[in-house]
Design a protein around this ligand. Structure first.
Ligand code: NDP
Length: 325
């Protein structure tokens, strides 16, 4: 496993990490969570991602119990959580980054995770109604109290991130240091577009999500929806449309000969493709069983040449822009 700096912070994250969205509580309980996290850790993973909204807090509970069982030294791994949607359908408690919610939110997450602090705390989405200054101050205070060590954003617009950084600089507060955007062969625009200036100008890190587009890029949906897959879950039926989209499946099928030539699986190819981007600090993987973890972690060994990257761009109909001076 290789480790990359989280942007220009001093902290290093394994280039492949492990997250619990959809899977923890909905698909797996504590024992398989322990097995998957142990497998990931043995492969060198040092970063585990979560969010308060995942399974309405139950995902954090499962991870907390798993960490208790695993008994790893706290300094040997990083845990993150994310706040925005909230757990209660009530005014001031949902879809917000107000001060009260953030502070109550982190306290609840730490209780469920059975931790004294998280390493990274994200604002899971931007809040268009709370002044960014209020959010920046609350995140700064949470860090000063030792409840989180670094903070970041997830799917914020470029202008919102710049505003948060400038407010923090003006008041000498802890700045956001990392963005968590979606990044895979189908969804590359933001990470390869708007955000590029953050890596260059501010040294912003990125922890990217859904590298397999929820499993589509593994090739498992080419003959329909497997009964044991994410898209067959009751609460995720909205994914079915995406998993049976013919033009997407054609692209996945077209990747097969490339993976075959490289001697890797489609999942490993899709993960190695994400890793090729130097602005990615870590690719957060997901898995519903331990075999997937073992398969995915070997993606670090797959090296993609520019020729292979170009072939993939052709499949995904990416037009090359003129090189700038
Ligand atoms: P992926 O796109 O990699 O999808 C993971 C799912 O694909 C697995 O749960 C499994 O589903 C299937 N899969 C994984 N590996 C294989 C394999 N080798 N062969 C076949 N199927 C496989 O990642 P996620 O969408 O889970 O996202 C990763 C993490 O990113 C999340 O856990 C979360 O921490 C974070 N995230 C953050 C978001 C944000 O807004 N900030 C949003 C979403 C995710 P199954 O077996 O059930 O089909």
């Amino acid at each position: 496993m290789q480790y990359r700096h989280l942007g220009k912070t001093g902290i290093q994250v394994s280039e492949l990490s492990f997250g619990s969205w959809v899977t923890f509580h909905n698909q797996v309980d504590v024992k398989p969570a322990v097995d998957m996290m142990a497998a990931a850790y043995e492969h060198g993973v040092n970063f585990f991602d979560n969010a308060e909204v995942y399974a309405s807090g139950k995902s954090e509970e499962v991870m907390g119990k798993a960490l208790k069982e695993l008994k790893w030294r706290r300094s040997s791994y990083l845990v993150s959580t994310k706040i925005y949607w909230g757990l209660h359908d009530n005014v001031n408690e949902k879809d917000t980054l107000n001060r009260k919610r953030l502070i109550e939110g982190i306290n609840g997450s730490l209780e469920r995770l059975q931790l004294d602090y998280v390493d990274l705390l994200y604002c899971h989405r931007p809040d268009k109604t709370t002044p960014i200054e209020e959010t920046v101050w609350a995140m700064h205070n949470i860090i000063e109290w030792g409840k989180a060590l670094y903070w970041g954003t997830s799917e914020w617009a470029a202008s919102e991130i710049v505003e948060a950084i400038h407010i923090a600089e003006k008041h000498h507060l802890h700045k956001p240091v990392v963005e968590q955007p979606q990044y895979n062969m189908f969804e590359r625009k933001r990470l390869e577009g708007d955000y590029v200036r953050f890596y260059k100008e501010y040294g912003y890190g990125t922890t990217t999500w859904s590298p397999l587009a929820s499993g589509l890029l593994s090739g498992k949906y080419k003959d329909g929806i497997p009964s044991d897959s994410r898209a067959s879950l009751k609460n995720y039926s909205w994914l079915k449309k995406h998993m049976t989209d013919k033009s997407k499946l054609d692209k996945v099928n077209a990747l097969e000969p490339i993976a075959k030539d490289l001697g890797c699986t489609l999942s490993q190819l899709a993960l190695a493709w994400c890793l090729k981007n130097p602005f990615v600090s870590t690719v957060i993987t997901g898995a519903s069983r331990v075999e997937q973890v073992h398969e995915n972690m070997k993606a670090s060994e797959v090296k993609l040449t520019q020729e292979v990257m170009d072939k993939i761009d052709v499949i995904f109909e990416i037009k090359k822009e003129e090189e700038e001076d």
